[in-house]
Design a protein around this ligand. Sequence first.
Ligand code: NDP
Length: 263
Amino acid sequence: MTSGELSGRVAVITGGGRGIGESVARALARAGAAVIVAARTETEIDALAAELSALEHNAWAVPCDVTDPAGVQRLAEEATRLAGGSGVGILVNNAGVAHSAPVARTELEDWNRMLAVNATGTFLCTRAFLPGMVEGGWGRVVNVASVAGLTGARYIAAYAASKHAVIGLTRCAAAEVADQGVTVNAVCPGYVDTPMTTESLQRISEKTGMSAEEALEMIVVHTPQRRLIEPGEVAHSVLSLCGEGARGINGQSIVIDGGDLLS
Ligand code: NDP
């Protein structure tokens, strides 16, 4: 992507307060986009928006719970107002939560929470912003799914089901807008070095008695590159999908895991 390629574009990043979303917001701002970060923890999104604004970027924080249809509607209205005439051209559906348990011990509450945040949240935001993109004749929706959206594994049924739903939504929405200047794609990272992964490692430690370092080693040893993915690597893919050069990429799921699916 060329420097400033996204200037004049306005991007909404859900779950933009920390982890991958924070990294995506920084990358989009550096590429010239105005960014609107949305999440529930106001201190995190306010701090990021203030930091980016101090660096001469246009950045705003709008609190939102993506599982709340009225809240998503308010986010869409506020973001459209902040975007002014440009409209919101980029939506990164990144807000997400993780949970692990064997199927037989997965509580209905946890199953519902995975689907509500990861799948329904992505649907509600896409539904709220897609019409404006179609009307403007240009748009990019990037859904942060997971390798768990493409494959199965032990103990992550609820999470994987929610991410499979995101991939299905991505493909269907992409088909609907293919001839209208809008693309809808997904990125599918393996384990990324974020607060979500730190929490997962803590849960493994509590359940097994391993140290957090041993739990990390257990995960990393099964990855092809023997390491966690950096949030910036995910942001790099998201950014490239937002550029003009990616206008022919639509409905795809870009895997960022060091090659795990090939092994
Ligand atoms: P973090 O836990 O570090 O950040 C998650 C973000 O999502 C936070 O900003 C959080 O903010 C927000 N969020 C959670 N629930 C809601 C909600 N109901 N409404 C609005 N925002 C919400 O996670 P990561 O950065 O690791 O994950 C980002 C995305 O990447 C997720 O979709 C995750 O599934 C996916 N992913 C992560 C991987 C990993 O290994 N970390 C691997 C593959 C995919 P708040 O709590 O303040 O609302």
